[in-house]
Design a protein around this ligand. Structure first.
Ligand code: IPE
Ligand code: IPE
Ligand code: MG
Length: 269
């Protein structure tokens, strides 16, 4: 009983501290300098589970809570686009049991979350090779995308079976086809035309890229779109990532000077 009471007291005290901490950070955020698009490489699920003596899938399951938190947090502060790297093309090379478990988790998560997305005015999109996903995942995703298509708040983009190099390769192939059929001419080829052939044609480039788990690499994510994104790396493993962590990343972003090749003086004048 005493142990339970102590736990209650510490949980209660933690909750108060945590809520205050979130309010403090939120107060510091400047509305005018919010990133329009935040992209996240959600990494570290396997290591999180291993640290706890569990199977890797336990980490993936616990990563869903972090997804829920960042979606809510992004909506709360008015971020317009949130892209989550959930499964890369390279991830298909993982053991079949892990891939199957991840696909099943995707279907159950979409099932349980879609009503909440609609309630929070979140529009769902997918980028990546949809056709390579199992039929059950394709069906659930397309259903959820349709059901949330009227939502006007946050756009949540799931990168699933995604590869930045394939995206660019497919865009080049499509441009060649369109050039051959006379739809475009060589003189039309520009950066904005290339952008329009990517999965992200209707989405602005990310302002901020976050990667969790202490890895410092891009892992084939949004190679074209990240050209001028600010990078934020944290050692936190994805299943431990909470609203506070997102707000801290945004606060860090707001303290940077984005120069886009210009000098600091040019930017400040
Ligand atoms: C990220 O966590 C989730 C996916 C890539 C699907 P990992 O599964 O890569 O976890 P670590 O990096 O092995 O800890
Ligand atoms: C990147 O994580 C892909 C996702 C988060 C979905 P990985 O864990 O697959 O990346 P690498 O292979 O360690 O770079
Ligand atoms: Mg990883």
């Amino acid at each position: 009983m005493l142990i339970l009471e102590r736990k209650f007291e510490t949980d209660f005290a933690f909750n108060i501290w945590y809520k205050r901490k979130i309010m403090d950070i939120k107060d510091k955020l400047r509305e005018k300098q919010l990133p329009v698009h935040v992209a996240i490489i959600m990494d570290g699920n396997g290591r999180w589970a291993k640290q706890k003596g569990n199977m890797r899938i336990f980490g993936h399951k616990n990563g869903v809570k972090a997804v829920r938190e960042v979606v809510e947090a992004a909506g709360e502060i008015g971020i317009k686009y949130l892209t989550l790297y959930a499964f890369s093309t390279e991830n298909w090379t993982r053991p079949k049991s892990e891939v199957d478990a991840l696909m099943t988790l995707l279907v159950t998560t979409i099932n349980t979350e879609v009503d909440e997305l609609i309630k929070n005015n979140v529009r769902l999109k997918q980028i990546g090779d949809l056709k390579s996903l199992p039929d059950s995942v394709q069906k659930k995703l397309q259903e959820a995308i349709l059901r949330t298509s009227h939502c006007k708040g946050l756009t949540l983009v799931l990168a699933l079976s995604y590869s930045g190099r394939s995206e660019i390769t497919n865009a080049v192939a499509q441009m060649v086809t369109d050039a051959k059929s006379g739809k475009i001419a060589a003189e039309d080829i520009s950066e904005s035309l290339v952008s329009s052939y990517l999965y992200t044609s209707e989405i602005p480039d990310p302002d901020l890229l976050i990667r969790t788990s202490g890895e410092y690499r891009i892992s084939n994510f949004l190679l074209w779109q990240l050209a001028y994104s600010e990078m934020y790396f944290t050692g936190t493993l994805w299943p431990d990532f909470r609203k506070k962590d997102l707000f801290e990343a945004v606060l860090d972003y707001q303290q940077r000077e984005r120069r886009f090749g210009k000098t600091g003086d040019q930017i400040s004048s």
